[in-house]
Ligand binder design. Structure first.
Ligand code: GLN
Length: 197
């Protein structure tokens, strides 16, 4: 079966573990370039993107391995994870460039102003609960970026090829649709690695 990696250097990775358990997906915590070679997809969790970046760049070979991985396998970046996967970040910082979006860090308010709301979504099953915690706003996106959920006119869940990113924290609620979508993408790639984009 497919194994989903969860980047576990820093941040909110434990809740992703629980979510993958709920949907019955095999998973493995990823902390090294070698770990990455054993997984079929990757979740980049929320947390603090500058700290995460720092740690990613300190671990021997991990940044290079990730750069290759995110352009080939299904990935999901949540909140700080979206920032790490984005092509462009405001204020400027390094990123993996897997999603053609520009994100503005901390655009959804301070920690104590963080909010829970509802977004309309193209995913089957109706509106999705959105937990925004000092979340990045997607302020610009490329033509190949599909908007899967929107909140007050802003995209909050996007997909480009095999990579998904969201401003919010889907791992904190009960809605398993996004993790299930990632699992299905991993299964599809494993069945026929050459298909899709
Ligand atoms: N504010 C964080 C950052 O800019 C992201 C917050 C989160 O992941 N909940 O990295």
């Amino acid at each position: 079966p497919v194994v989903i990696g969860i980047l576990a250097l820093q941040g909110a990775y434990e809740a992703h573990v629980r979510m993958l358990d709920v949907i019955g997906a095999k998973h493995r915590l990823v902390r090294t370039a070698a770990d990455l070679q054993t997984v079929d997809g990757l979740i980049v969790p929320g947390g603090e993107s500058t700290t995460m970046l720092h740690q990613l760049q300190q671990e021997e070979g991990l940044w290079q391995a990730l750069l290759a991985f995110v352009h080939q396998y299904p990935c999901l970046g949540t909140c700080a994870g979206l920032i790490v996967l984005a092509q462009q970040v405001q204020p400027p910082q390094a990123s993996l460039g897997a999603l053609q979006v520009r994100v503005q860090r901390n655009a959804y308010g301070r920690q104590r102003e963080s909010r829970v709301t509802t977004a309309s979504t193209a995913l089957a099953g109706g509106p999705i609960e959105v937990v925004l915690i000092r979340a990045p706003r997607i302020v610009a996106w490329g033509a190949d970026v599909q908007i899967l959920a929107q909140c007050d006119g802003d995209p909050v869940l996007v997909q480009q090829g095999r990579v998904m990113g969201c401003s919010f924290h889907p791992e904190l609620g009960k809605d398993t649709r996004i993790h299930t979508r990632l699992l299905q993408a991993c299964e599809a790639v494993k069945m026929s690695p050459a298909s899709g984009s």
